[in-house]
Design a protein around this ligand. Structure first.
Ligand code: MG
Length: 254
């Protein structure tokens, strides 16, 4: 039986990229992470061909996303969607009690003073409790993060790779992509989302609901429908994509 084939164009799609573990390899210290300049160049070509429908969706604040992706101008959702910049330059931020933020900051500083190798990163509306250099601190940090969100229920704990994050409860990457998809030039397109971590699953679920293309980077359980082995393979895939080696009809050749 012949199935009718629908011809799709690249501009039927909107692309969303996580950064750490997707476009940039992990480093011992999160500040050392970078995206190779040729990859930034490829993302720029892709963005232009998409008429701008490309955005970064990261746990990092917008400011850090901009630093990592400079000089590329693109849409961006920072802190898992707690701050989102659409292509018109407008930034929408989740409303968070700043007094609670400073109380949490103080609590984290006091409770982690004795934990060696632990890095507490304050983002504008969230906290990352890194234990990449202190694996033994995983459990105590999880307990601490749970204690914090028990006290401040506007926040929730998000597990990540060697990190516990305390972030606004109302935000996740699925909602972030949905928000961006409601704006031009994303509106009406098929979302494609690449991510590597637990926090990306909410994004995959939204994309799957929209019959989009969800791509998990690396090993591990995932609701994503496609998979790419690692960051290096993402670079190769990107290269294939802009050199017309990937079938745009389906984007299914991952
Ligand atoms: Mg990631």
């Amino acid at each position: 039986m012949n199935e009718p084939r629908q011809t799709r164009q690249l501009t039927d799609y909107a692309f969303f990229f996580d950064i750490d573990g997707t476009l940039a390899p992990f480093q011992t210290v999160p500040q050392d992470v970078s995206i190779p300049s040729h990859v930034i160049g490829q993302l720029g070509i892709l963005r232009d061909r998409l008429g701008g429908a490309l955005a970064f969706v990261s746990g990092r604040p917008l400011e850090q996303i901009d630093t990592l992706t400079r000089p590329l101008q693109a849409g961006a959702a920072g802190i898992h969607g707690a701050e989102i910049r659409t292509l018109d330059g407008k930034v929408t931020r989740a409303s968070i009690d700043t007094q609670q933020l400073s109380q949490i900051e103080q609590m984290l500083a006091e409770q982690t003073r004795a934990l060696k190798g632990v890095l507490i990163e304050k983002k504008s509306m969230a906290f990352a409790l890194h234990y990449r250099q202190a694996p033994d601190a995983q459990q105590p940090l999880q307990a601490l993060a749970n204690t914090v969100v028990d006290r401040y229920p506007d926040f929730k704990v998000q597990a990540g790779k060697c990190v516990w994050e305390i972030k606004p409860r109302s935000c996740d990457k699925g909602k972030a992509i949905r928000f961006l998809m409601a704006s031009a030039p994303f509106f009406g397109r098929i979302p494609v989302f690449l991510g590597d971590d637990i926090t990306d699953e909410a994004g995959f679920r939204y994309v799957n609901q929209q019959q989009g293309v969800s791509i998990k980077i690396g090993a591990g359980e995932s609701e994503a429908t496609h998979r790419i082995a690692g960051v290096t393979q993402v670079y190769e895939w990107l290269d294939d994509l802009i050199n017309y080696k990937i079938n745009i009809d389906s984007l299914r050749s991952v």
